[in-house]
Design a protein around this ligand. Structure first.
Ligand SMILES: CC(C)(COP(=O)(O)OP(=O)(O)OC[C@H]1O[C@@H](n2cnc3c(N)ncnc32)[C@H](O)[C@@H]1OP(=O)(O)O)[C@@H](O)C(=O)NCCC(=O)NCCS
Length: 140
């Protein structure tokens, strides 16, 4: 049987984005109101489709010149372990290779346990550099 999945270069809709985020446990982390503005500001995005359903996604954000960040790589639980995450990440890395100038910085945050997944695509933790972040508070 052929590959039932299709990888399409497009943004996830807000509904697709929300469904995938909730499925992988990001439901309480992501500000879905802000996602309305964030998604169209992406530099590129890919969606893995099965029939009419979006089952995986990933995108690149950044200034489009020097700084690029891989963001929101996620596959619905029911479809994990079938190579989709790798296909999505590979497509994003290819896109950066075709569109970023030399010496561009391509960053991401790897969830604990996913470091090996990203290493295969050329990402490394660098000694002497620690990725750090903060999250703006919610209003009380
Ligand atoms: C991480 C994620 C996108 C991988 O998607 P996937 O479709 O299951 O990945 P693939 O099937 O392409 O797997 C690629 C390889 O990475 C490995 N891998 C996948 N998920 C992994 C994980 N969480 N930890 C370590 N290795 C992982 C697989 O074992 C596979 O190796 P193999 O080819 O030797 O079997 C998916 O597990 C996911 O959505 N997780 C929840 C969201 C998340 O944590 N995203 C990363 C944000 S930093």
């Amino acid at each position: 049987m052929g590959d039932p999945y299709r990888l399409v270069e497009r943004l996830p809709t807000l509904e697709e984005y929300t469904r995938i985020c909730v499925d992988v446990g990001w439901g309480d982390i992501v500000n879905f109101d802000a996602a309305r503005t964030s998604l169209p500001a992406s530099r590129c995005a890919f969606v893995a489709e099965l029939g009419d359903d979006a089952v995986g996604m990933g995108r690149v954000v950044g200034d489009g010149a020097i700084y690029f960040y891989v963001q929101d790589v996620a596959v619905l639980h029911a479809h994990q372990g079938r190579g989709l995450g790798g296909r999505i990440l590979g497509a994003l890395v290819d896109w950066v290779g075709r569109n970023a100038p030399e010496q561009a910085f391509v960053g991401l945050f790897a969830a604990v346990g996913t470091e090996g997944f990203y290493r295969r695509f050329g990402f490394e933790a660098h000694t002497g550099m620690t990725g750090m972040f903060q999250v703006t508070p919610r209003p009380r």
